[in-house]
Design a protein around this ligand. Sequence first.
Ligand code: AMP
Length: 187
Amino acid sequence: MSSICVYCSSSNAIADAYPPVAEALGQEMGRRGHELVYGGGAVGLMGVLAEAAHEAGGTVTGVIPSKLQSREGIAYDADELIVTDTMRERKRIMYQNADAFAVLPGGYGTLEEFMEVLTLKQLGYHDRPIAILNADGFYDTLFSFFEELRDGRFARAAATDLVEVVSSAEAALDRIERVAASDGQVT
Ligand code: AMP
């Protein structure tokens, strides 16, 4: 069993294609016995993910800053809810509590979280798996920009050497579990 920190959209207004992706990941995590660590909100893909993980029997840990908690309410189905003073503190706790990371479609917040764990991995601060769930090619344009960064020597490593790009929830967890099995980092 692993603690997997998932970054994903807080928007309720995104296309209908995306909530089922979050639901599938939550269900599969619960089914395989992985703990979900996430941003704690009940909104957008975050809420769908947490509810699905909880209903599938998974442990859900939400980490939310008090400002967002009072604005939007919290995930009613979190087994543990950690309320922080700041976003920075929240990100630190999510990062520290994760054996692996998964990124679903999202906006600026998701990108910021993804870029942080990607940068830290590039610099060797951690070597944990990062799975990008590229549903419907959502992240194709970002990855082609990453190739430009690599070609122009702005990035040392190709992003695809640092992350696992997959197109389904099952594949994301398969990759995370395979990396764990090969280097013993994630149990
Ligand atoms: P975004 O992609 O801009 O919707 O931001 C979502 C990501 O940022 C999530 O992974 C959360 O960790 C964090 N986040 C942003 N907005 C919220 C919110 N309203 N409630 C909880 N977490 C949020």
